[in-house]
Design a protein around this ligand. Structure first.
Ligand SMILES: [Zn+2]
Length: 524
């Protein structure tokens, strides 16, 4: 028998996350699988010639699985200007100016992740064309808000992008002049115009993989964005497949293709979950509404800070249902973005119509975000085993004086992102980050430390949603999500036990990340 490498983690708290929530002392990886888990004596006697890591009481969890991210965007944000750390607009503009100084004339200057809702009071407007003209007049500048639904441009960029047919999403002032802000479909045009070339995309992917490992992430489910680059090839799929072919994909990636590719999926007759343990096709991704930050989530009632609107559908019910049918015919899983209560109800209506018509063995339909689901909606999720794919880190905006209070009013603070209610209603719950920012421990911290009962989960339930729940969401629970023998050897070792340090979970260090039995990250 060929010798397979072994890695033994011993003398710690190995939290298996099986149904019984076994806590073992040691775990043995052989090749890319878990070979044994149990007492140190038993596991050592099962080992042949392992590399040994003494845990010294530290905690081992199944590797985190980010159930909803955009892996290439994570990387592009890392190699371009990351504005998520900017404390105010002055700092954001200074960071962009620095990027502009280093960028050849004519090339795009890109910024990502700005969040004006966290800036000082009186300073919370979107970045404007005039401000960005101050950054540079010789480069197009595009600055994407943290939610991805709003992009601010300078004059050079406004000229460079073709907005034909989507002019309604180019926001103008009272005089009819562009403010520099564009939303939804127009934001998509910006993404197309400023898209990276193949070389840059690969650099971005590599950066995202490294970052994921630092965060203890061993698997991601990457969603086609609002605007898959429809008529320009699919850069994400191309980049992932090239990395996989080169044996450089050391993060397990399941990708959900854009709804516009629904027909190709059924033409190819791909089996559900087609691919291998590193790169798989998850199914179809589409959008119903927009976001709360951009006041485009389709909510029940109206926005507290703009009673003239209740949001907008990106795709209406009929359009959605046509794609759902295409996916159902191809036996592919469907993941639909729905944030507002109205949008969630519309998606459920259309899901039910498709479930009535097609015999799908285990459809495991997904709704992404589910931020404002009603009680009635939760019953429908539970009845049809529909996965609620949610982002606990979104609670960063659900604090007094925060963005959600501004948009939805004070009463909505405890009633958005009701993780505990959803989990308690027997709805399958999966956690991801939507890259705002990526980081499972940051998300778990928010879900376990909320001051509101409907949101606050036990540490166990929050970790479960980021491991076994996420595996279930992608039909991968047979080989991922727990540390049971036979499953993939994907694990994370933490510096402190989150069960004992609930109030400081976001500060816990990731010390080791293991994918397929290989150490891919070792903290210092
Ligand atoms: Zn997303």
């Amino acid at each position: 028998m060929a010798h397979q490498s072994e890695l033994l983690l011993r003398n710690g708290d190995v939290r298996v996350f099986d149904d019984d929530r076994t806590v073992a002392e040691s775990v043995l990886f052989r090749g890319d699988r878990i070979a044994a888990v149990g007492s140190t004596d038993d596991v050592e006697s099962a080992a042949d010639d392992p590399r040994v890591v003494d845990l010294d009481g530290r905690t081992v969890l199944p590797g985190f699985n980010d159930a909803h991210t955009h892996i290439l965007s994570v990387g592009i944000q890392l190699i371009e200007t990351d504005l998520s750390e900017a404390d105010d607009r002055e700092q954001a503009l200074a960071m962009l100016s620095e990027n502009a100084r280093d960028t050849a004339d004519g090339n795009w200057v890109l910024g990502f992740g700005y969040d004006e809702s966290t800036w000082p009071e009186g300073d919370r407007s979107y970045l404007s064309r005039a401000e960005l003209d101050g950054v540079t007049e010789t480069n197009p500048v595009a600055v994407t808000r943290v939610d991805g639904h709003t992009v601010s441009l300078n004059s050079e960029a406004l000229e460079k992008v073709d907005f034909e047919g989507v002019e309604h999403d180019v926001i103008t002032d009272e005089q009819g002049d562009p403010t520099g802000r564009v939303v939804e479909d127009a934001a998509g045009r910006v993404k197309i115009a400023s898209r990276p070339d193949v070389e840059k995309a690969r650099r971005a992917l590599d950066a995202a993989i490294t970052r994921s490992h630092e965060l203890g992430i061993t698997s991601v489910q990457t969603m086609a964005g609002l605007t898959a680059v429809r008529d320009h090839g699919n850069l994400v799929q191309e980049t992932l497949q090239k990395a996989w072919k080169d044996d450089d994909l050391t993060l397990r990636v399941t990708y959900y293709v854009h709804a516009s590719q629904a027909a190709s999926l059924s033409d190819l007759e791909l089996a559900p979950g087609f691919g291998d343990e590193y790169l798989r096709v998850g199914g179809l991704k589409t959008f119903s509404d927009g976001s709360l930050g951009s006041r485009t989530a389709k909510i029940h009632g109206e926005y507290a800070d703009d009673p003239s609107t209740d949001g907008q559908m990106v795709h209406d019910g009929d359009e959605l249902e046509a794609w759902f049918r295409e996916a159902a015919r191809a036996d592919q899983q469907i993941a639909t973005h729905a944030i507002g209560g109205q949008a969630i109800d519309i998606v459920l209506d259309r899901y039910e119509a498709v479930l009535d018509e097609y015999e799908i063995e285990e459809p495991r339909l997904r709704v992404e975000h589910v931020e404002l689901a009603t009680d009635e909606a939760l019953d429908r999720f539970a009845d049809h085993d529909i996965v609620a794919s949610m982002q606990p880190n979104f609670l960063q905006w659900s604090k007094p004086d925060g963005l959600y209070e501004a948009r939805l009013g004070t009463d909505a603070l405890p009633t958005n992102n009701r993780f505990r209610d959803i989990d308690g209603a027997d709805v399958p719950l999966a956690f991801g980050s939507d890259k705002m920012p990526p980081g499972p421990l940051y998300g778990i911290h928010h879900a376990t430390n909320s001051e509101y009962d409907p949101q606050r989960l036990d540490v166990d339930r929050a970790i479960a949603a980021y491991t076994r729940g996420a595996a279930y969401a992608e039909h991968a629970e047979e080989f991922k999500g727990t540390l049971e023998p036979g499953k993939l050897a994907d694990a994370v070792v933490l510096g402190r036990d989150p069960f004992e340090h609930r109030a400081e979970i976001e500060e816990i260090d990731v010390e080791l990340t293991i994918v397929g039995g290989e150490v891919v990250y070792e903290g210092s």
